[in-house]
Structure formats: C-alpha cells, structure tokens
Write a protein that binds this ligand. Sequence first.
Ligand SMILES: *[C@@H]1O[C@H](CO)[C@@H](O)[C@H](O)[C@H]1NC(C)=O
Ligand SMILES: *[C@@H]1O[C@H](CO)[C@@H](O)[C@H](O)[C@H]1NC(C)=O
Length: 412
Amino acid sequence: MLQSAGSRLRLAGVVLLSAAVYYVYVPLPSGVSEPWKLMLLDALFRSFMQASDVAHALGVCHRVHLLNQVVSWVEVIEARSSPTVHVIDTTLGGVPARVFQPNGGKKLKRGVIYFHGGGWALCSGRMRSYDLLSRKMAEDLDAVIMSVDYRLAPEAVFPDQYHDALAASRAFLSAAVLQHFSIDPERVGISGDSAGGNLAAAVVQELGSDDTLKVKFKAQALIYPVLQALDFHTPSYQQNQAVPILYRPYMARFWLQYLGADSSLEPLLLANNHSALDQPGISPTTRSRVNWTALLPAERRKHFRPVVRETGLPGLVGKVPWLTDVRAAPLLAEQRVLARTPKAYVMTCEFDVLRDDGMMYARRLQDAGVAVTSDHYEDGFHACMAFAYLPMMSSVGQRSMNSYIRWLDQNL
Ligand SMILES: *[C@@H]1O[C@H](CO)[C@@H](O)[C@H](O)[C@H]1NC(C)=O
Ligand SMILES: *[C@@H]1O[C@H](CO)[C@@H](O)[C@H](O)[C@H]1NC(C)=O
C-alpha cells in the first residue's frame, strides 16, 4: 500500500515537473545570454499575461488593470531615502514623479529625466526595478534623477502619454526646478527604455526645435526604444517574432492600444496591411524613413526580405489614428528636426523585435549630423536592463546597465 502510494506520488511529481518544464521551456536562438534565466522570466511574464487575458475575456477587468495590479502588489515600493540618496515622490509639471537626489556636496549636480517602459500601459518609476536603476544612477553619477509616472493606457491614449512626458520635461528644464534641486542647467539629459525611449525621443525632438527654451538637453540616452508602427516585418521583427519576452503580437497590441485603435486590427498590422502601398496618407518620404533595406547594414538585413503589400484593407489607416505622427513614431521625423537633437546613446539588443527601430534611428540621427554612440548587445534581449536586481538577472542586463551609466558619466 505504502509503496504504491509512494510511487503514485512520485509519478504525480514527475508529471507536474514535466508540465512545469513544458510551460517554462521555449526554444531560444543560440547566442542569447543565459537562456534559462530568460525562460524563467518569460514564464513569469507569460503566466501574468495569460491570467490577465482570462480575466479580460471573462469580463472581470481590463487585462492591463490586472497586470498593473499585480505589478503594484509585487513591485511598487515606497520612496525610501538612504544615507546617500534622498528620495521623494512629487509632481513635475503636474505629472507624478519620483526624485532621487544625492546627498552632500555644494556643487551643482547633473540631472536626468527618465521615462520607464511598459508599452505605454504598464509599469511605473516607483517599481523596484526602476527605483533601483534610478538610485544607482543617482549614486554612480552623483546626479539628480527624476523618474516620471506619465498616465497609462487604456485610460490614457496618445497624445496623453506624450503630453505628460513633455510637460514633465518642460518643468524639469525650468529655472525654478533646476534651482530647487541644485541642477546644473548645462548638464541635463533625457532618457528612457522601450516605450519610455519612445517618449524621450519624441520629447527631445520637440524641445530641440523650440527656440524659446533657455535650457536644452545635452544628451539623450535611448534604451531599446520603440520608434515606428509602419513595418512589423523589419529583419528584427522577423527574426525575433517568437523570442521572449516581447513577442511580435504583443508589440502590435501595445501600439493599437496607445494609438486608441481597436485591438481587433492586430492581424492587419502584423500583415503590414496598414502600410500597403495603396494606403493613403503614407507618403514616399515617410516610407523612406522606415526603409530598412536602405537604413540597415547588411549584417542586420541578413537573408530577410521586405514585406510590402500592394493593396491593403481600404480605410484601414483611418482606423489607426496618429500612425504617421512623429510624436508617436519619432523615427518618422524630418532630418532637420533630428539635426537639432543632442548627442545620443542608442542601446539595442540582437534578440529584440525592436532592434531595428533603434538601429534605423541611430543611422538617421547620424545622417543628420548628430554624434551617436550605438551600443549593441549580441546576446541581449528586450527589457534585459529592467530586471537588474532579480536573481535571474542576466549578465547582459548588468553589462548594458554599466555601459549605459558610463556613457552618461562621460557625456553629461
Ligand atoms: C528602399 O530603399 C531601397 C534601396 O535604396 C530602394 O530600392 C527601395 O525602392 C526603397 N523602398 C521604398 C518603399 O522606399
Ligand atoms: C489585407 O488587405 C487585403 C486587401 O488587399 C485583404 O484582402 C486581406 O484580407 C487583408 N487582411 C490581412 C490579414 O492581410
């Protein structure tokens, strides 16, 4: 009896373990940094996504709300000061922000305004991971870091997030704020990752061309930024469509949500139907700015072919507003606008659907005469820098974070 109970238990254990392994295991391209860590991270993220999909389908709540609820339970932490960094939650131009101010010293300090990632819908600068990043930046750079909590989708859609980012940035550059926090107006930077990199790029374009501003950003640092929604078949979208954690369909979904369009259009976006040649309102000039056959080097184009449709669903572009608005898609900016932006750091990861957004932007900035540092990680994956404190933190996350902070140190 006992023995058979024991063997039943063992069998159940084996079945459970296999199910867990089956759930966690995803085939990953060779070369990705520490694949098992990425798989665990992905399993965690995927199970949250799936749970929120179920809640969404059952009408319990919007999927994004459940995700953000979980994030706030698990991740959002109080503003805690340490002996080295004074931390407060405040507002910047009416937008909530967490400020990290290094203690000590009478000298004016450098300042960075930061926008967190999360598809314009998720996360917060008050999350443990972003809090720790800002804290480290404040310590290592002896700089004041302001991490902005702009409004999120689905309640807020474009241009709300952009307007919040812009308002916070204008306030950051104001004499009152710079004085209050003892920030050197000659040494201010703007930065963000993923959707936050999108906001940073859009804001720095707008402010670079604003001649009424007395204080200008000295540097922009964009970490795996998302910059365009016209081509979901760039080589990096093709190559990494099934690489965690940012699967290709997730990105189309985030875009539709940000632009206030219907999520049922996802398959059309994924088919590049919305950017078919007969879609009105997308000029050849606009197309040339996302033309990766011209903008990417051969080693990134690899064997991939462009996916350009002759005909798309009539009226589709009208259902996806702002698709070609440069404030939503900074890659589409005019060269003369890019030329007025400050020197740039663009971090990209090989195993990221957004790799080519960043690479094309780096190229366009360079063509516009901007000094660009392109920092590419051959073993990197999307969001690798955001999990810096977890036990499953990958070495590429650590390496890229150090090199990002080093660049700011040398260029701000
Ligand atoms: C993209 O660039 C290539 C190479 O310069 C060119 O042959 C092609 O016509 C361009 N395509 C578009 C849609 O502009
Ligand atoms: C895309 O557009 C064409 C029209 O040319 C349409 O027939 C097709 O069903 C559309 N949908 C997808 C998913 O490609």
